[in-house]
Each structure stands twice: as structure tokens, then as C-alpha cells.
Ligand binder design. Sequence first.
Ligand code: ADP
Length: 191
Amino acid sequence: MRIAFFGSPGSGKGTQAAALSTGYSLTHISTGELFRAKVLDGTRIGRRIGDTIAAGSLVDDITANYVLFKAIEGLNRFLVDGYPRNVAQAKMFDLHLDNLGTKLTCALFLDVPIEVAEERLTLRRTQRQDKVENYRRADDAPAVIHHRFDVYRKQTEPLLHYYSERIIRVDGTGSSAEVTRKIAKALQEWE
Ligand code: ADP
């Protein structure tokens, strides 16, 4: 089982991806997490990635593809969270999998109205600010949140059309446990 999992910032995809990968024994690969780890290594490329993330923009496609392709090396069961982020990445991903003699099982889209997602992100930022010991993501600043949604609408949303033949669309509103159940049901019906 090979799943590409996507949704807007604040859609809850990180939480659901973790639950799903445990439930289905899939390796969970989050490009956002991989990039944040790269920032910490203090290299030139790490600093460049850090600046891009802090601005709420997308890391360039060559770096994103390279990091992701390396992360899935040798894996047959995976859930990729946050990749692809645009149609160019999706096309390269298909080509790469085709070269490996495999393909995506499906693309899973977590559907949350933009207003709900924005409210969740703002709440997450407030909670992090209250708990000083918590790591506050630099890209959770209000102006950056706005830009991230803009990038999402322009670059990521077109994936709905690109994946239209193999997409599972799940309503991502409700409690986290409810959404996990909805995803499991949708996957069962797909298989
Ligand atoms: P969110 O979905 O809430 O924006 P992520 O952890 O998925 O959080 O991503 C954080 C940041 O990492 C993105 O805003 C972007 O800068 C970078 N990033 C993650 N995945 C990709 C990707 N596939 N291509 C380009 N940039 C990416």
C-alpha cells in the first residue's frame, strides 16, 4: 500500500497520517518533518530550507523530490504526508514510481474548509505561545499562515484535478478519532 496524503495546512494531516501509518503498518514519511530536521544540521542547504519554511513558501522541487525519493528507497508500504505539494512534484513522483515498477495505491485528500483550517492553526499558535516550553513553529506566525494558505490554493489544490481518477476524499471535520474512522472506512471501500 502506497499512499500520498494531502490537505491544507491545519487540515490535521500530520495527526491522521501518524494514526493511519500505525493502523496499517505503513512507514510515515513527512517531508515537512524531514526538512525541519535538515534545518537543524546547520549546513548551507539546511539554512536555505529553513528560510523557505519560515517564509511559508515551498522548498524547490529538485530538493523536495530528491529528499522524498531517498526516503522511500526500498519501501513498499508507505504513507507520504505533505508530498507532492504541486503538480510538477506529482508528475515526477508518478514517473519515479513507474521507473521502480510500481505505482501509488491512491491519493488521500483530507477535506477541511479553509476557514476551519485557519481557525485550527491560529489556535495551535496560541496554545504554543502559552506553553513557552513548547516548540513554536516559525511558520505559524499570522502573516506566514496567510501566505501558506495562498500557496496551498495556488499550488497544492490543483492536485485534486491531477489525481481525480485515484483520489479518496475524506471529510476532515469532527474530532480526531472520528476523522480516523472516516479515513479507515473510505480506505476499506476503496480496496
Ligand atoms: P503544513 O502542511 O502545515 O504546511 P508541513 O510540515 O507539511 O506543514 O510543511 C511545512 C513546510 O515544509 C511547508 O510550508 C514547506 O515550506 C515545506 N515543505 C513540506 N513538504 C514540501 C514539499 N513536498 N515541497 C516543498 N516544500 C515542502
